[in-house]
Design a protein around this ligand. Structure first.
Ligand SMILES: [Zn+2]
Ligand SMILES: [Zn+2]
Length: 345
């Protein structure tokens, strides 16, 4: 094993003990095995999907939006020590039919979800298989580098899913202006024509203000209805709707707002959707698709886009906390008045 410097044998880690409480403890610093890398974590972004780990507890160290620097490499790993980069959530096999066709987010033999089944980015160090590491340009600050994961990755993948079935999207609706909703908005502006109207609906004024600043048309559901807002813009409906909220009511109203040939993409996990197959699918030729995380190869394109649009995308990160303030960070994040919140090591 090659290493950059003396790595401490033990590390302080946050313990997610449940009931929304975080304590701190000590754990042995992991050693990378064959084909693995040891990352010194520099930043990890909070995510809505950490909710159950925060409230119900976790035996592993959470954190699945990590960036860091390679400080040790196991046997056979070739990434140079000192390389900055990010960790892709899913440890895909690289051999199955899905992986061979690029669908690494749908691996048939997935070995790990870092931050869920294996220790993640809230520890000072984490071990990952080299195949899920993606190096980033040293010009990108490592806090901002986390955005090529869930923000740009998940957001962009949802838009690409919509484009699979609708080639001429001229209007879009996003349900939920949380970090993933803002990521979808940003990627819609970057990947589609910036002039197309992108409505974004939520109940939290803070998030809607941020969405407006990023070029979205905010719909405050406490004050206005979706249908009225779309009509006020001179439209009958939208071509694509992306649900990041996971709520039945939001999915239902998003589906109802679609034009003929429209497509609904469900990104947020959660509740159900009731389909009237004749009216919703057959007569109108609408589509409903799911979109899960993103494919490893998308990191390459998103890395270029992040370099190009760094100031625009950086607006999504609204709060930064130290590793000793994870508790405060989650409390603020789940109360809603934030964009992306990042823990910096
Ligand atoms: Zn996430
Ligand atoms: Zn696979």
């Amino acid at each position: 094993m090659s290493t950059l410097k003396n790595i401490p044998q033990t590390m302080n880690i946050p313990l997610f003990i449940g009931a929304g409480r975080i304590e701190y403890g000590t754990k042995a610093t992991p050693t990378p095995g064959p084909g693995q890398l040891l990352l010194e974590v520099k930043a990890n972004a909070l995510c809505g999907s950490d909710r159950s780990q925060f409230f119900d507890g976790s035996t592993t160290t959470p954190g699945h939006e990590a960036s860091g620097i390679v400080v040790a490499a196991g046997e056979g790993a070739v990434t140079p020590i000192g390389t900055p980069g990010v960790a892709f959530l899913m440890d895909f096999c690289g051999e199955c039919r899905s992986c061979k066709s690029g669908f690494t987010n749908q691996c048939f033999n997935k070995r790990a979800d870092y931050g869920f089944t294996h220790d993640g980015g809230y520890g000072p160090y984490m071990v990952i298989n080299e195949s899920v590491f993606y190096p980033v340009d040293p010009s990108i600050p490592l806090t901002e580098a986390t955005m090529i994961l869930d923000i740009m990755g998940t957001g962009g993948h949802a838009i690409k899913r919509a484009k699979l079935v609708h080639k001429d999207i001229r209007s879009m609706l996003i349900a939920g202006a949380g970090p993933i909703g803002l990521g979808v908005l940003a990627m819609a502006k970057i990947l589609l024509c910036t002039e197309i109207p992108v409505f974004i609906m939520d109940f939290v004024p803070y998030r809607l203000d941020l969405a407006k600043q990023m070029g979205g048309i905010p719909i405050h559901l406490g004050n206005q209805s979706l249908a009225e807002s779309v009509q006020a813009a001179g439209l009958k409906g939208v071509d694509a709707a992306i649900d990041t909220s996971g709520k039945t009511a939001a999915r239902q109203s998003a589906l109802d707002s679609l034009n003929q040939r429209g497509v609904l993409i469900c990104v947020g996990h959660g509740e159900q959707l009731n389909l009237k197959v004749s009216a919703d699918l057959i007569a109108t030729e609408r589509s409903v698709l799911g979109s899960e995380y993103f494919q490893y190869h998308e990191l390459e394109e998103n890395h270029e886009l992040l370099k190009k649009h760094l100031p625009y995308l950086s607006q999504i990160i609204t709060h930064r906390f130290g590793l000793d303030k994870i508790q405060e960070a989650y409390e603020l994040f789940f109360q809603g008045n934030t964009g992306k919140v990042v823990i910096e090591h």
